[in-house]
Design a protein around this ligand. Structure first.
Ligand code: ZN
Length: 433
């Protein structure tokens, strides 16, 4: 039931003692081995010996994505390059990618946290795991792969794409666990349905998904379509990859591997510390990373921490599902809007598909938001009156969620581009005006 009971069920006092020791070690190594951190600590006049308690972490500087880019590619290495055995990078869609380097020990840690997570989801050596995450520079593919092999499960490294083949393999190999991003999962479910997939008569027992933001409503939808529970996997390349936090079968928050990653929640603007249970931006520190220890990385992911003991028996803190990214937040007519709010509203309505795009424009210097949603096949061939009523319903559900009125466009089924990785939900044309 547990992969590493000693750590996963450790008392808070013992865990904090362990974390402090590891933090002191990390800070010392960063100061000694990484010129970037050495200079930053000197500049702030903070030194390794200043870390006497865990809360002393607040004396240390934050690290942002731009900081990591400023030392591109290998400026944060704390070891010789010859000791690095693997490299991954972030997608780099908005600039230079962030590079993540691993020593053999770092890969062990990554495998360990993923092995714990898969075990948490009820997966073991009897399972056949179909990993649709891309293998390559993206951390999703390999992270899952290492963890699956560590627990002795069988991995199908099918990677992303070839959607019909995915379904064929799923049926022929009797896959028991599917790993995908929520948006790709939706697409897969459509193709599966066309191929005659029946959730009551399948070999599946669980789904693991992550790599993009999703709502509880989206989980329900995916669970309904595949007929099995879906668990959330959280991670980011800058800090190691997937496995930082994973949901147990209680489906009530993701247990963070706190012996390797130290979490803090801060205010997105003032960066002041938040209390346990309060929402804010997640900040993570690597506690035991050889190649590239990152200190106080601002993830921009919005979540909260729950320190209560989980009914699964684990004492590791739980982070709530990420409800948005501080930089995904759209300001429309001065109101803060997250794509997750739109998704939440849409999933409450029948007759539409949960495929959507948000388009923001600024004609005549006034923000306008359009939400494009796919009508279901039935609705689309229905009478105009019903279409109009559904549009009105969508607009009012969204207004209820975000407080402003948007234009709703119903489009033909299957016309919004499907994604095999992370979906493009927002098209903000205001930047280009
Ligand atoms: Zn739990």
């Amino acid at each position: 039931m547990f992969w590493n009971e000693k750590i996963e069920c450790m008392s808070r006092a013992d865990l904090e003692e362990l974390q402090l020791k590891k933090l002191q070690n990390t800070v010392q190594r960063a100061y000694d081995k990484i010129p970037y951190y050495h200079d930053k600590f000197e500049e702030m006049q903070v030194f390794p010996e200043d870390i006497q308690t865990l809360s002393d972490i607040t004396k240390l500087p934050y690290t942002t994505k731009d900081d990591l880019r400023s030392v591109y590619p290998f400026g944060l290495l704390a070891v010789n390059q010859k000791d690095v055995v693997e490299i991954h990078t972030s997608s780099g869609t908005t600039g230079k990618p962030v590079v993540s380097c691993y020593t053999p020990k770092d890969l062990d840690v990554w495998s360990e946290v993923m092995a714990r997570g898969l075990t948490m989801m009820g997966i073991d050596e009897n399972d056949m795991i179909q990993n649709t995450h891309g293998y390559g520079l993206f951390t999703g593919g390999f992270g899952l792969h290492y963890g699956a092999q560590k627990i002795g499960a069988t991995v199908i490294p099918i990677s992303t794409g070839q959607t019909r083949r995915q379904i064929e393999i799923m049926n022929d190999f009797e896959t028991s666990v599917m790993i995908f991003t929520p948006s790709y999962g939706l697409y897969l479910s459509e193709v599966a349905e066309e191929e005659g997939f029946n959730p009551d008569n399948s070999s599946l027992k669980a789904i693991g998904f992550g790599a993009e933001m999703w709502t509880e409503e989206m989980r329900q939808e995916i669970q309904k379509r595949f007929g099995v529970p879906a668990y959330n996997i959280y991670g980011l390349t800058e800090i190691t990859g997937p496995g930082i936090g994973i949901e147990c079968t209680e489906q009530n928050g993701l247990h963070i591997a706190e012996d390797y990653f130290y979490p803090e929640i801060v205010d997105p603007v003032s960066l002041e510390q938040k209390k346990s249970g309060e929402k804010g931006v997640l900040v993570l520190t690597n506690l035991e990373r050889e190649a590239m220890p990152v200190i106080r990385f601002i993830t921009k992911d919005i979540t909260s921490l729950n320190h209560e003991k989980c009914s699964c028996g684990r004492s590791l803190v739980r982070m709530s599902r990420v409800t948005g990214r501080s930089d995904d937040m759209l300001k429309v007519k001065g109101v803060a809007v997250f794509p997750s709010q739109i998704e939440k509203a849409l999933l409450k309505i029948d007759d539409i598909e949960p495929h959507y795009q948000i388009i923001v424009t600024r004609p005549h210097r006034l923000d306008q938001m359009e939400v494009r949603v796919e009508a279901s096949k039935n609705l689309f061939f229905d009478e105009v009156k019903k279409l109009v009523a559904t549009k009105e319903k969508i607009a009012s559900y969204i207004e209820n969620e975000i407080g402003i009125r948007v234009n709703v466009t119903l489009v033909e089924p299957k016309t919004i581009p499907r994604s095999e990785g992370k979906a493009v939900r927002v098209i903000d044309k205001r930047k280009f005006n």
